[in-house]
Design a binder for this molecule. Structure first.
Ligand code: HPA
Length: 291
């Protein structure tokens, strides 16, 4: 008999939990291309390869090593996903978002999604980080198509068939990230992320069209995970690294190497930013825990 996504996610979460029986992660962090450094900030780290986790999709892309790192950042229990899978790899929308389902089953309430993106808004600099304020889904699918899976969001009153996406990227989390950025003298603007399926980069005409649609950044990930996370009632923070200027906006052709190299150059900055957001969240969680 075919098991449901819910049953599969529970099974995957159980395997992970058996490796870290005393840790219930509150924050899930998904790391994009070349942005793996955050995982080094995790203390008491336990690493589990995706290949060990039942039903978990395996990344096929060089530079997206696939492992989950569980432990603590500034005392807060976290689950960090080093590597994610994409729709362009041939995975179904359900498979692409399965890891986020598993994070929810593990206990995660806040999800931090990072990605590499092409910069569309004029004036953006290669290597700068941006907060995602909103998104435009041009992937051509919604990962929630099909039977509703209400079990995931039940305890937060979520899991509805139709739900609001007005503030998909949590305002308070963005404020926290902006404060953390200021402390680190980071230029941290907000922008609209437009998702395409890839794997080809865009044409200059597509980028001009996306600019008119109101997009500041373009990328091939994050949006499916955000939609599924919001369906489950998780709070989402999205951070993009502008790894290149989008097609037609610079003199050089786009390449995966450029994307990856830029990621590598700023991953420490991103790691510091995320660590301070987690610290701010720790303060908030502490005050919630007190009567
Ligand atoms: N386009 C789409 N996805 C991307 C880009 C881009 O320019 N850069 C990094 N991911």
């Amino acid at each position: 008999m075919k098991t449901t996504v819910f049953e599969q996610a529970c099974e995957a979460a159980e395997l992970i939990h058996s490796h870290v029986p005393n840790l219930i992660p509150r924050i899930g962090i998904v790391l994009g291309s070349g942005l793996g450094a955050v995982a080094d900030a995790v203390t008491e780290a336990v690493r589990i390869s995706y290949s060990e986790i039942p039903h978990f999709p395996q990344s096929t892309i060089v530079g997206h090593s696939g492992q989950m790192v569980l432990g603590r950042v500034d005392k807060v229990p976290v689950a960090v996903m080093q590597g994610r899978v994409h729709y362009y790899e041939g995975y179904s929308p359900e498979q692409v978002t399965f890891p986020v389902r598993v994070l929810e089953r593990l206990g995660v309430e806040t999800l931090i999604l990072t990605n590499a993106a092409g910069g569309i808004r004029p004036g953006l600099a290669v290597g700068q980080l941006m907060l995602i304020a909103d998104h435009i889904n041009l992937l051509g699918f919604n990962p929630l198509t099909g039977p509703n899976e209400p079990q995931f969001g039940v305890k937060r009153g979520a899991g509805l068939r139709f739900f609001d996406m007005t503030e998909a990227y949590d305002r308070r989390l963005r404020e926290m990230a902006r404060r953390a950025g200021q402390e680190q003298n980071l230029r941290l603007e907000e922008g609209v992320y437009l998702a395409v399926s890839g794997p080809s980069f865009e044409t200059p005409a597509e980028i001009r069209a996306f600019q008119r649609l109101g997009a500041d950044l373009v990328g091939m990930s994050t949006v499916p995970e955000t939609i599924v996370a919001r369906h489950m009632g998780l709070r989402v923070l999205g951070v993009s690294c502008v790894t290149n200027l989008a097609a037609g906006l610079s003199a050089t052709p786009l390449s995966h190497e450029e994307v990856f190299e830029t990621g590598r150059r700023v991953e420490q900055q991103l790691a510091r930013l995320i660590a301070s957001v987690v610290s701010e969240l720790a303060v908030e969680m502490d005050s919630e825990a007190k009567p």
